[in-house]
Design a protein around this ligand. Structure first.
Ligand code: NZQ
Ligand code: ZN
Length: 354
């Protein structure tokens, strides 16, 4: 196979340059013509995707290399699809079935959180319409992903913690499911959760603890590389509820989930779904099945122990648009499988989170 000779290098708002990873990577790419798109923001926006597509088309770029976190990787995937698509790339996010192919991508990961480095998703925000939507296609899976835990040493505490909350949330979305015959997959999800619970707090005091960084990086990858959904109906309602907030308030994804998830648990907990909370309580928290509801308190306490905000009020969000957000979630049709949420349920989850 002919090696790629024209590559688009996608980066974020400067951390990789500040901390030297960029220089290391560029050195490795010697002999390859590099074009650059920098400045991709967290909750990546459509404007940087358009910019990237233009650079690729103008310069006949053959391959896209993402150097950064989920935002940079998601932007790279959207660009990869947009270069091939003849229409406006946003149409692909509105209707995934219009996808016509993509350039190949690769990534060098600098934050453990989304699993985007090994999955088929790209999540992009349209700032004009205030929509945060996903494009999900197997062809968007990167050709390779380099995960060096040392690259995550420089993360600010808030981002380390938000990444861990996102990893927990990914495990929850696939674990809390109506599927009952998924023994092995569920034990793997519990291991991801236990790894976050064991090593997350270590990182707050020791950001350069290699073992903890490595375990968290591996956990975040497993949490959303497809393995935890094997043979399962998955939920994802909490992510949809969170995306409404991030699209409108530019709220860090993992923080939105840390606030919302315990409230989603409160909302869906009842006699018919208690069995799954019992499993979670016994296997993850080491409590007895009769303390099933305590696992929700434990979950909240865990996020608190990572110094994450636990209410929307603390991140300056009030309730004025909850009705509209709930309506959007229902309209998009991803209202969950563990419990299929009604608009009223969703509003209640937002209100509990205030
Ligand atoms: O922009 P730079 O300067 O790189 O700074 C970033 C950013 O401010 C910083 N950072 C990353 N690596 C660093 C670092 N700072 C210091 N040292 C490092 N080594 O961290 C901040 C957050 O980065 P971001 O890429 O936004 O984080 P994350 O990986 O959590 O990605 C979040 C985005 O991914 C989407 C989220 O919705 C959000 O838009 N998701 C993507 C998914 C997927 N593709 O499968 C699934 C997820 O559920 C999620 O929706
Ligand atoms: Zn997530």
């Amino acid at each position: 196979m002919k090696p790629y000779s024209r590559v688009l290098l996608v980066t974020g708002s400067g951390s990789v340059k500040k901390f030297g990873i960029y220089d290391e990577v560029v050195k490795e790419l010697e002999g390859i013509e590099i074009f650059e798109l920098s400045g991709v923001k967290p909750n990546p926006t459509l404007d940087s995707v358009y910019q990237g597509i233009e650079i690729c088309r103008k310069n006949n770029v053959e391959f896209i290399l993402a150097l950064g976190g989920g935002s940079v990787i998601d932007a790279a995937k959207a660009i990869a699809a947009g270069v091939v698509y003849q229409g406006d790339v946003w149409e692909l996010f509105l209707d995934n079935s219009k996808f016509t192919g993509a350039l190949n991508t690769g990534c060098i990961l600098t934050i453990a959180a989304t699993g985007s480095e090994s999955n088929k998703n790209s999540i992009i925000t349209n700032e004009l319409t205030k929509e945060k939507l996903g494009l999900r296609r197997d062809e968007l899976k990167p050709q390779f992903a380099i995960l060096d835990p040392k690259y995550t040493y420089t993360l600010p505490e808030k981002q380390t913690a938000a990444g861990i909350a996102d990893t927990m949330a990914h495990a929850f979305e696939q674990y809390f499911s109506p599927t009952k015959d998924s023994y092995l997959t569920d034990r793997m999800a519990e291991s991801v959760m236990k790894t976050c619970i064991k090593f997350g707090p270590v990182l707050l005091n020791e950001p350069e603890n290699y073992e903890a960084r490595a375990e968290i990086m591996w956990a975040s990858n497993i949490a959303l590389n497809g393995i935890l959904s094997c043979g399962k109906d998955t939920d994802w309602a909490s992510h949809m509820i969170a995306h409404e907030l991030s699209a409108n308030y530019d709220l860090t994804h993992g923080i939105a989930l840390a606030i919302l998830f315990p409230n989603w648990m409160e909302q869906v907990f009842d006699e018919t779904r208690k069995w799954k909370f019992e499993e979670y309580t016994v296997n993850v928290w080491g409590l007895s099945a009769s303390e099933a509801k305590t696992s929700i308190i434990k979950t909240r306490e865990f996020f608190n122990s990572l110094n994450l905000p636990d209410t929307l009020t603390k991140v300056s969000i009030d309730g004025q648009y909850f009705e509209q957000f709930a309506e959007n979630v229902v309209r998009r049709g991803r209202t969950g499988s563990f419990k299929n949420l009604t608009k009223k349920d969703i509003i209640s989850i937002y209100r509990r989170s205030l």
